[in-house]
Design a protein around this ligand. Structure first.
Ligand SMILES: Nc1ncnc2c1ncn2[C@@H]1O[C@H](COP(=O)(O)OP(=O)(O)O)[C@@H](O)[C@H]1O
Ligand SMILES: [Mg+2]
Length: 381
């Protein structure tokens, strides 16, 4: 949309349309089923993706991440819902006409073309740039990815990381409206993977083009995502920043899926007496402040607390006691596994602060860091 001034000329500042306020990709009520509706791969998907967004779709295998991404790309036709790219309805628009670049886990480079030929392939197919302009763009992108000295090599002569850079580069030369990446680094070894995560995040900042990145690895998602979309069973469970999904999960699934070591859960009862709200289970009873518990209905609940917020208390104090079963050094901290009345409780404590073999260690939880979920798993407070 162009805005005209009264004298009919477009204002100078608007020459480049500023889309930062409008989503690049807008998804409403998206639904996709397979096998005649037997398998619901994803449904009720609502998402706005802005130009500056690094969005990560995160969830366990089979939760519908790839299907959602393929619906955006046009490789899959949704059963229902609406998809807009740059404000244009994509119904009936072919994948190649959506101005999106897709990078897959399996690196599909042309083995007989050199790196230059691989990078230039998409440009050769669909633009009317001159040969010199194409080469210039290819060289610019190769330099950005640090593979400018590999342009004359064949894919087989490259390492896994370099091959994945070529496949990223092939997407980048197209200057798409958005990048869609489906587990692009899962075949790389741990160190290279970390390195590529940092690189892709830097690239996204530099290109100012949104990325939608699929992974099942919560650590990867936390490391690179600005906006994490957590999916389970075809449904979005929560959309939030890495801190929001870690600190304020909306339900039990998210609490359990995010964070390492995993959250401690205790089946409990919420009781309301004259004194107020109380949470109790076979290990401890905890009064709940009105400001915290609010109007929560009494009943069966789950108490959850991250291992980072379980700490060793003075002897005779704390909520419960446990016997150390294992100490796992993690650098400046240790993960300590306790046997608490037959169940495992995990705590992250300062290095060397709990020795192996200790018994009856008094443990407490940070009183402002725990969560309570109702019987359906939704967060009460
Ligand atoms: N082409 C297909 N035909 C039938 N079922 C499919 C097809 N693609 C995906 N599914 C099913 O849809 C669900 C979501 O799959 P997918 O989107 O690939 O999950 P994810 O990428 O999160 O692992 C799974 O149950 C999967 O088996
Ligand atoms: Mg997948």
């Amino acid at each position: 949309m162009s805005e005209a001034t009264t004298d009919g000329r477009r204002p100078e500042a608007k020459r480049e349309p500023d889309r930062s306020a409008e989503p690049v990709i807008s998804i409403r009520d998206l639904r996709k089923t397979f096998d005649g509706g037997e398998i619901i791969a994803c449904e009720d998907i609502e998402l706005d993706i802005y130009r500056e967004d690094f969005v990560v779709l995160l969830g366990p295998s089979g939760c519908g991440k790839t299907t959602t991404l393929r619906c955006i790309s046009g490789l899959e036709i949704p059963d229902g819902g609406q998809l807009l790219i740059d404000g244009v309805d994509m119904t009936g628009v072919k994948p190649k006409d959506r101005n999106l670049a897709f990078v897959f886990q399996s690196i599909a480079l042309f083995p007989h073309k050199d790196v230059r030929g691989n990078l230039r392939f998409g440009l050769d197919m669909s633009t009317d740039l001159s040969k010199a302009e194409k080469n210039e763009r290819v060289e610019e992108i190769a330099a950005m990815l640090g593979i400018e000295d590999k342009l004359d090599r064949k894919p087989a002569d490259l390492s896994g990381g370099q091959q994945q850079r070529v496949s990223l580069g092939r997407a980048m030369v197209m200057e798409p409206a958005a990048f869609l990446l489906d587990e692009p680094f899962s075949a790389l070894d741990a160190n290279l993977r970390k390195h590529m995560q940092t690189e892709v995040k830097e690239l996204q900042r530099r290109l100012e083009t949104p990325m939608v990145f699929v992974t099942h690895d919560q650590e990867e998602a936390m490391a690179i995502g600005d906006k994490i979309v957590i999916m389970d069973d075809g449904l979005i469970q929560q959309v939030g920043t890495p801190y929001e999904v870690f600190n304020e999960p909306t339900n039990r699934f998210v609490a359990d899926f995010i964070g390492s070591p995993s959250v401690n859960m205790f089946e409990s009862e919420l009781v309301r007496t004259d004194e107020g709200l109380t949470l109790s289970n076979d290990l401890f009873t905890l009064p709940v402040e009105d400001e915290v518990g609010g109007t929560a209905e009494p009943g069966a609940v789950t108490f959850g607390v991250r291992p980072q917020y379980v700490h060793v208390a003075e002897e005779g104090e704390g909520l419960f006691t446990g016997d150390v079963t294992l100490v796992e050094p993690q650098g400046d901290r240790d993960t300590v596994y306790f046997d608490v009345d037959g169940r495992e409780v995990r705590a992250v404590v300062p290095q060397n602060s709990v020795s192996a073999g200790r018994t009856d260690v008094a443990l407490d939880v940070d009183r402002d860091k725990f969560w309570v979920f109702d019987a359906e798993g939704d967060r009460l407070f």
